[in-house]
Design a protein around this ligand. Structure first.
Ligand SMILES: Cc1cc2nc3c(=O)[nH]c(=O)nc-3n(C[C@H](O)[C@H](O)[C@H](O)COP(=O)(O)OP(=O)(O)OC[C@H]3O[C@@H](n4cnc5c(N)ncnc54)[C@H](O)[C@@H]3O)c2cc1C
Length: 481
């Protein structure tokens, strides 16, 4: 059943029974109000695969249609196709949905091509990853992933957290598979995902002690022994008018506690190779394909904020002021840089050693290292523009009741009647003031890891010789005078 629709996604959740804890054990994720809005949104995304955008969101292969996020790129044009599909989904939520299936499908697509890389560790791992990705593509399952160790004591290594008792590790292995225990922090959407990709721990020291912590595997989110400890929901059950973003796009993060979980061998992709574990995503080109999706999403998100700034400024008549124009211009420039980086990455891509067309990482790395901190300025600017207007927001129900007259008189703006202006500013509230907005800021800040350490890694992986050479040449010229 390739390229699923919304009903098939919902059916798949009905057939699953994950152990989710959210103020008590959740009987049924599908019936729990905390997940209703986001499940509906994900179902909408899958329905789009059959709608008028079918040709963008899916591709044909051997008579079947598959999600475009599984298209193995062979040219720059294929990367454009992948970006167009990622854009369609990102536009649906203004980039607020951060864990849409296309992100990890990008990783799987790259991993499936790197059989030789896996075979260097063990031929069976190469077979396992190929089979798993074929199955994931055929069934179009929704995946999430988890990489991090519990935050016990960051002054010591992942393997030493909590005396070695907290970080997820292999505790046994036999003919049936590996048994793992410990926790991973965190997996967004784990309660509503079909599968959890347990990626290699970042970053191991590559010593022998790290072997039990070095692995990659995938499990269904309802596998026996896995408990998902969800955080409190940040949507308050109000109407979509009152909570235009939170009511639809609240993706709940969950700690994954593995209590002696048996992972069958056919779902193990790597085991006991700390150095390879550290390099799995970069060596195989998975990082580049994932970044191509995530920069597409964050560019759309920047465009959404730019649009919101323009609308808010215009409606309350502040668009004439220089500092307001400067802020809007900054957001538009940021979106333009995102689009330009994507185009450069596509045009300058190359066929990699595993035979697929890999986007050039340099522009993607620049944007993904810069964006987490830049993003924090966008909600701040919404708050600056909206000021008290972001608190003058009566409930939708009150605006049709006895205070309807007050709302239409006192909440009207230069261009909008009261109700429409409140609707727009509710969007601003959800993007910049609400609990949902706070979590969005946190999410973007840490999406790729700690942005400060990412910047150090970015610098370490960047050849600075051309920059230095330029200075040297200029120094030389002044010496000659
Ligand atoms: C909302 C949200 C959703 C997430 N969803 C997912 C998900 O779906 N899947 C997933 O795998 N992960 C997810 N994450 C986890 C994310 O990958 C991590 O937050 C990120 O990698 C940072 O790790 P950490 O949270 O353990 O922070 P820490 O490593 O504990 O860092 C905390 C602070 O200490 C500083 N610090 C710690 N150690 C050092 C050091 N050695 N040197 C310098 N400074 C240091 C950091 O700069 C930072 O300021 C999510 C995180 C958030 C916030």
């Amino acid at each position: 059943m390739p390229a699923r629709n919304g009903a098939s996604y919902i059916d798949s959740l009905k057939q699953m029974n994950p152990s989710v804890y959210l103020d008590g054990k959740v009987d049924s994720v599908i019936d729990h109000p905390a997940f209703a809005g986001v499940i509906r949104s994900y179902a909408d995304l899958y329905d789009m695969q059959e709608g008028e955008k079918q040709d963008v969101l899916t591709f044909e292969e051997n008579g079947s249609r598959y999600a475009t996020s599984f298209l193995v790129p062979k040219s720059a044009d294929d990367l454009v196709r992948r970006r167009s599909a990622a854009r369609e989904w990102a536009e649906y939520s203004g980039g607020m949905l951060g864990r849409t299936g296309d992100y990890l499908n990008a990783a799987l697509t790259a991993l499936s091509q790197a059989r030789d890389w896996f075979a260097e560790a063990d031929e069976q791992f190469a077979i396992n990853i190929e089979n798993y990705v074929r199955w994931a593509k055929e069934s179009d399952v929704l995946l999430t992933a988890t990489v991090g160790s519990p935050q016990t004591n960051r002054a010591v290594s992942a393997a030493e957290q909590g005396g070695g008792e907290t970080t997820l590790r292999v505790v046994a292995q036999d003919d049936s598979g590996i048994t793992v225990s410990g926790a991973r922090m965190v997996a967004t959407n784990a309660p509503i995902a079909n599968e959890i990709l347990v990626m290699p721990q970042t970053v191991l020291r590559t010593g022998v002690d790290d072997k039990p912590y070095s692995f990659a595997f995938a499990v269904p989110s309802d596998i026996e022994g896995l408990r998902l400890l969800a955080r409190r929901p940040l949507a308050y059950g109000n109407s979509e008018f009152d909570e235009p973003l939170a009511s639809r796009f609240e993706e709940i993060d969950a700690i994954c506690v593995f209590d002696n979980v048996l992972v069958p061998w056919d779902r193990v992709f790597l085991l006991g190779h700390p150095a390879k574990s550290n390099a799995m995503l970069t060596d195989t080109g998975a990082t580049a394909l994932m970044a191509h999706q995530s920069v597409t999403r964050t560019t759309v998100k920047t465009e959404f904020f730019a649009g919101l700034l323009v609308e808010m400024a215009e409606t309350i008549g502040i668009d004439r002021y220089g500092h307001i124009q400067d802020d809007i211009a900054q957001a538009i420039m940021a979106a333009t840089m995102g689009r330009s980086a994507l185009r450069a990455a596509e045009v300058d891509g190359k066929i990699n050693e595993y035979g697929f067309f890999q986007p050039d990482m340099a522009p993607l790395a620049a944007i993904r290292t810069w964006f987490p901190r830049y993003f924090q300025t966008l909600p701040e600017t919404i708050r600056k523009f909206g000021a008290s207007g972001l608190t003058a927001l009566p409930y939708e129900s009150d605006m049709s009741g006895e205070i309807a007259g007050d709302a239409s008189r006192y909440l009207q703006s230069k261009t909008l009647p009261g109700r429409d202006r409140v609707h727009l500013f509710n969007m601003g509230f959800d993007a910049a003031v609400s609990s949902f907005a706070g979590r969005q800021g946190l999410y973007e800040y840490y999406f790729h890891g700690d942005p400060l350490r990412m910047a150090s890694a970015y610098l370490a992986s960047t050849d600075t010789s051309d920059y230095r050479d330029l200075v040297e040449r200029m120094l030389k010229r002044t010496r000659e005078f």
